[in-house]
Design a protein around this ligand. Sequence first.
Ligand SMILES: [Zn+2]
Length: 273
Amino acid sequence: MNAKPLLLTAALSVLSVPALAAAPKKPAAAPKKPAPTLLPPSFYNAPSFPQNARPYEMLLAKNQYARDQSCRFNKILRGNTHHPQIALTFDDGPHPVYTLQLLNILRRLHTPATFFVVGEQVEKNPGLVRLEVAEGNEVGDHTYDHVNLTLIPPELVAYEVGRCNAAITKATGAPVRFFRPPGGEYNGEVLREVAGHGYITTLWTNDPGDFSKPSSGVILKRTLAHLENGGIILLHDGIPETLEALPGIITAARLRGYQFVTVSQLAHPLKTK
Ligand SMILES: [Zn+2]
């Protein structure tokens, strides 16, 4: 008799958002790498890093590319399409002037958001990041220097997210679970590296291109044109036109039946999908 035990095969989630409950691992006490050599400041300051509106189709294509390359590491593009929930996300802050105005709007309209902050800015304005968390928002990692991660070696990717994480944790005491690559620039190596440190890479479904500072009316119109269940809206902290458009976005979305949640809340139902 050869009674082999039955192997139960577990269905793997296609959505690659495993272990949501787990906190990000600290850079493990694994093999010690030499301290990364920083790139020259001219690299970080180079204006060659476009952040203009990225066509949704391009994002989908990149997502497909990552899938084809088996790069399904801890990545979220959208929430559950059966739930009328939306996540507002604000990148590139905190800003010494506009972040407070943004928080005032969110507080007045009882709307949570997720801030993908830049580590260097966090170190300059830790109180603002603390306030973001204290008011029920979520804070994610957007690297320390806002650098294109596809152009630097993996050890510098780890340095960029790790130093930003350290700045956030020092300011808020809160764990950092979500990461957004500056400019939406990522590849398999970047995803693998940040997933190895426990982050969930967060992309978006709705990009009204506020970074290029169109009028508030254009931002409002573009955003409302792409509202959808499980949507993630990409906006930026520090843009006055975005502040003007925001109350209209929130009010109109609520009238259409959407509920605003943080990225954590948006991602949560995906665990079982
Ligand atoms: Zn950015």
